[in-house]
Design a protein around this ligand. Structure first.
Ligand code: NYM
Ligand code: MG
Length: 215
């Protein structure tokens, strides 16, 4: 960052199994940051608006099938194609609140239990991407998510598969993750998420360097 007075924004990531409430919390967090005068944007992966994202969308809606390694690489490429813009935004002071990232990429592909596509291989394609400054993991048993509206509409939204995904998240997790109990009320979760985000934004303002996946 060359300019002396612009402080970088933070990268706040939400992760968790399907239907745990990530999208709701992301939206609310961006709103409350903005209402505090903090420049913030909501991003999500997959970003279905790009050419690569449209291929991913067709795959998720089961309109097309694809080799498991190939679709994994597309999910990863979808992050790499947005990498420069991500860094530009963050370095110009914008805080990005992102709904899923490479942690989903690895947890979901590895849940397929395809030979060679193990955790290490899945992680490798994302190595070097910007790392989140705070990762908020919404913790919820798969049985609870099944009760929520919309479950089952897309590929991967199957009980046994989601249980494998959850196990993979546990294998990827470390002490830096912020675990929130996703069964709490939307308001309580929002309060906890906001506190985590404000702390991360403060650290970034003080000059904390951007990290890289999976260092
Ligand atoms: N997903 C998401 C992957 O399999 N790999 C990835 O890299 C990412 C970012 O896509 N079931 C899966 C997780 C979800 C699905 O996500 C679509 P969403 O948040 O429902 O749009
Ligand atoms: Mg979904």
């Amino acid at each position: 960052l060359s300019s002396g007075n612009i402080r970088r924004g933070a990268f706040i990531l939400f992760e968790g199994v399907d239907r745990c409430g990530k999208s709701t919390q992301c939206k609310l967090l961006v709103q409350s940051l903005q209402s505090r005068g903090i420049e913030a944007e909501l991003w999500r992966y997959p970003d279905r608006t790009t050419a690569i994202g449209q291929m991913i969308d067709k795959y998720l809606q089961s309109k097309e099938d694809m080799n498991d390694a190939a679709i994994h690489l597309l999910f990863s490429a979808n992050r790499w194609e947005k990498r420069d813009l991500m860094l530009d935004k963050i370095n110009s002071g914008v805080t990005l609140v992102i709904d899923r990232y490479g942690h989903s990429g690895t947890a979901f592909t590895a849940a397929k239990n395809v030979p060679n596509l193990d955790l290490a291989w899945c992680k490798s394609t994302d190595a070097g991407l910007p790392a989140p400054d705070a990762l908020i993991y919404l913790q919820m048993p798969v049985e609870e998510t099944l009760k929520r509206a919309g479950f089952g509409g897309e590929r991967y939204e199957k009980t046994e598969f989601q249980k494998e995904v959850l196990k993979n998240y546990e294998k990827l997790s470390n002490d830096s993750w912020n675990y929130l109990d996703a069964s709490k009320s939307i308001e309580d979760l929002q309060e906890e998420a906001l506190k985590i985000a404000l702390d991360a934004i403060e650290e970034c303002k003080k000059g904390k360097a951007m990290g890289k996946l999976w260092d």
